[in-house]
Design a protein around this ligand. Structure first.
Ligand SMILES: *[C@@H]1O[C@H](CO)[C@@H](O)[C@H](O)[C@H]1NC(C)=O
Ligand SMILES: *[C@@H]1O[C@H](CO)[C@@H](O)[C@H](O)[C@H]1NC(C)=O
Ligand SMILES: *[C@@H]1O[C@H](CO)[C@@H](O)[C@H](O)[C@H]1NC(C)=O
Length: 450
């Protein structure tokens, strides 16, 4: 591997004072949006990657004062005003929805959260909870919050994960028509970017997966609308270091955020383990006008390009791998919602009015608690475990974020306007495989008692 290529990064490990202006003290209460516009404008430079070489983009954002409504923007903003927005998802959210290339050799495909619940038993402290909830489903899952507020509840596999039961693999949820898509690519030529980015080519479509994606649309005010696309997999197969695997977990939530300003897509964030990367909308690959993203084999970390994606943990170098496997169009099957991050209020959108709500409020983990060291399946080396905790659900993915990146308010957020070739993401000391983010900001906002 060519480590002499740019070792750039970025989210963590980067001295924020060198490149980015110091972050302001975050507003504790997200309702205090009065200072959001000027704050947003001031930060635009930092968010867009340090401003160097990006003058045109930065200028349009800082000089046009995007938070002043003008006539041109009024129409699109109306689509997202507080009255009409309560359950309506603006049409541009679907027009610019991502298409996801799964890995061709994937063994752990997208899964249906409803089906996942049929194969797990809630556990507290490694002990199955015997309760009235024998039949977990999407409309009663929040009742587990009665037990220590649900925070320590782990939805634990009924099967030995190492026996690889079929439901973990989700093979039946492979998006349809992959062969047809493949043959169209071959006919269309071999170029890495062409002809896919050619606007005049007949639009290629991805397939439908039987596993519904989850769309959560958040109106942040001042013309900003965030469309969070969540993808669920019943299993995360960790990566190898010196041929030893680390970071497996049951239940895997990944997401892609498309941020809109006055109805136009401006940036895209991709989740990768407990880090992630942000790009301008212009920078990312597209089919028609839809961003194309890649889900890494096993871990399902999301990337903007096919290929190798190395990252460094304290114990060594790992890499994710993506390619142009089956193309998944999440708009063909999804639970769709609007969410007010201030009141912590989720609503089924007009697109899927019967989408279940209660599962979203479950406070616990979507997979097993990490196995103790006396469990034969577990091992630990340099602080990294073979099996780690299952993740929390979408409500904990910082839906109220101001910067497009996940992570703490004060963390730097670099929004690139170019796609990287191979580069290495360096991970902060003490971090490991798994999806848990440090800090409290991942907690949902709002006054709702959890
Ligand atoms: C919001 O949208 C609704 C429905 O389109 C419209 O009737 C209302 O006047 C709009 N409100 C504002 C403040 O723009
Ligand atoms: C979930 O289970 C409850 C009983 O606990 C039942 O009333 C409800 O209809 C079920 N919901 C679905 C979506 O099956
Ligand atoms: C979100 O909820 C807050 C508090 O209830 C309310 O003031 C605000 O208008 C709501 N925002 C939207 C976009 O509905």
């Amino acid at each position: 591997m060519n480590l002499t290529l740019a070792i750039l990064l970025v989210l963590v490990g980067l001295s924020s004072s060198n490149v980015l202006p110091p972050s302001p003290k975050p507003l504790k209460n997200p309702t205090e949006t009065s200072s959001f516009p000027s704050w947003f404008a001031q930060r635009a430079c930092g968010w867009i990657g340090g401003c160097g070489g990006l003058q045109s983009l930065v200028e349009t954002i800082t000089s046009k004062s995007p938070f002043d409504h003008d006539d041109e923007n009024q129409e699109v903003d109306d689509q997202a005003n507080e009255t009409s927005f309560s359950t309506n998802i603006p049409s541009y959210v679907l027009d610019f929805a991502p298409l996801v290339h799964l890995y061709s050799g994937e063994k752990f495909w997208p899964c249906d959260i409803a089906e996942h619940l049929q194969h797990v038993t809630p556990n507290l402290n490694y002990t199955p909870m015997t309760s009235s909830l024998n039949n977990l489903n999407l409309t009663n899952l929040d009742q587990l919050n009665k037990y220590e507020r649900g925070r320590f509840v782990f939805l634990t596999s009924n099967d030995d994960v190492e026996a690889r039961p079929d439901w973990l693999g989700g093979e039946k949820n492979i998006p349809n028509d992959p062969e047809e898509i493949h043959s169209r690519f071959q006919k269309a030529g071999q170029g890495r970017q062409m002809p896919m980015r050619h606007e005049n080519t007949a639009q290629l479509h991805g397939g439908r997966s039987d596993a519904p994606a989850v769309l959560v649309v958040v109106n942040k005010g001042q013309g900003i609308v965030d469309a969070f696309w969540f993808f669920f997999y019943s299993y995360n197969l960790g990566n190898l270091v010196f041929n030893v695997r680390f970071g497996n977990h049951i239940g895997d939530w990944e997401h892609c955020l498309i941020r809109f300003q006055h109805g136009k897509p401006i940036s895209v964030f991709l989740s990768e383990h407990y880090f992630g990367e942000a790009y301008t909308y212009e920078a990312v690959e597209k089919i028609g006008k839809r961003p194309v993203i890649y889900s890494a084999v096993g871990t399902h970390a999301m990337y903007a390009t096919p290929g190798r994606h190395p990252y460094v943990l304290p114990l060594g170098l790992l890499h994710d791998q993506t390619d142009r496997g089956p193309l998944w169009d999440p708009t063909l099957n999804a639970h769709t919602y609007t969410y007010n991050h201030t009141s912590d209020h989720l609503r089924a959108s007009h697109l899927t009015p019967s989408a279940p709500l209660e599962w979203f409020y479950f406070n616990g983990h979507w997979g097993d608690k990490f196995y103790p060291l006396d469990d034969a399946r577990q091992y630990v080396f340099a602080g990294q475990y073979h099996y780690v905790n299952g993740p929390l659900g979408p409500r904990w993915k910082h839906l109220g974020r101001r910067k497009v990146c996940q992570g703490r308010f004060e963390d730097p957020c670099v929004v690139r306007n170019w796609l990287p070739s191979e580069r290495v993401v360096e991970v902060e000391e003490g971090e490991g495989e798994g999806e848990d983010w440090k800090g409290d900001e991942r907690d949902p906002g709002g006054d709702r008692e959890v």
